[in-house]
Design a protein around this ligand. Structure first.
Ligand code: SF4
Length: 211
């Protein structure tokens, strides 16, 4: 996956070029229900205008809303960004916490968002288990979460964590690799004929024997 990412990954995405935890947090919020391409332009404009939580606190919600309007669900997003910024300023002195428990105290921050902040900004090898990564993992290893909402499955998180390299940079490349790979090769209808994981993939082996 790391080799694949180095060759084919989306290195140009602006939130992959920063290790600033505030900017990572913003990217995860903006990317919800929106594509990377749609988010890119607004994200760049937003972080230029609001480079830290303090700058959001001193801005009106109405103004924030107008900046992020092209992304959609702007009322909900603007409210969340304002709330998040003021919680970071009030509870953590303006610094995004480097701790899973504290991160999850923030409004709108769940396991995935907290993991991305810890992985990218603070160098902790953690998996970014979203529905795309879940699809790849379940197919390659032939496993199936018993949870109705697999992204809340603690066992699956644990399993994915065990796959990560210990080196934080490599862990980041691995995660980004799986996510990009899921969106370009192991899609809902997978392109197995172009896949470098064919030889180890449970789903592919079963498909070949017609199981
Ligand atoms: S062989 Fe097919 S199902 Fe398996 S990882 Fe590759 S694309 Fe996905």
């Amino acid at each position: 996956m790391i080799k694949w990412y180095r060759r084919y990954g989306r290195h140009d995405l602006p939130w992959r070029k920063t290790s600033d935890p505030w900017k990572i947090l913003l990217a995860t919020l903006m990317l919800r229900k929106t594509t990377a391409r749609q988010t890119e332009k607004i994200y760049k404009k937003f972080i230029e205008r609001y480079p830290n939580p303090q700058s959001v606190c001193s801005e009106s919600e109405k103004k924030i809303r107008s900046v992020i309007r092209p992304l959609g669900i702007e009322h909900q997003r603007a409210r969340l960004i304002k709330r998040l910024a003021s919680e970071i300023v009030e509870k953590f002195g303006g610094n995004v916490p480097a701790d899973m428990r504290k991160l999850k105290l923030l409004k709108g921050v769940g396991e995935y968002t907290a993991s991305e902040v810890l992985l990218v900004a603070y160098g902790e090898p953690r998996p970014l288990l979203d529905r795309n990564m879940i699809r790849v993992i379940e197919r390659v290893f032939g496993i199936k979460s018993k949870k109705a909402r697999p992204h809340t499955d603690a066992q699956l998180w644990k399993f994915c964590k065990s796959l990560l390299p210990k080196d934080p940079e490599l862990a980041k490349e691995f995660n980004y690799g799986v996510l990009d790979f899921a969106s370009s090769i192991c899609q809902i209808t997978p392109k197995c004929e172009r896949c470098p994981l064919r030889l180890i993939c449970y789903y592919f082996a079963r498909r070949k024997v017609g199981a």
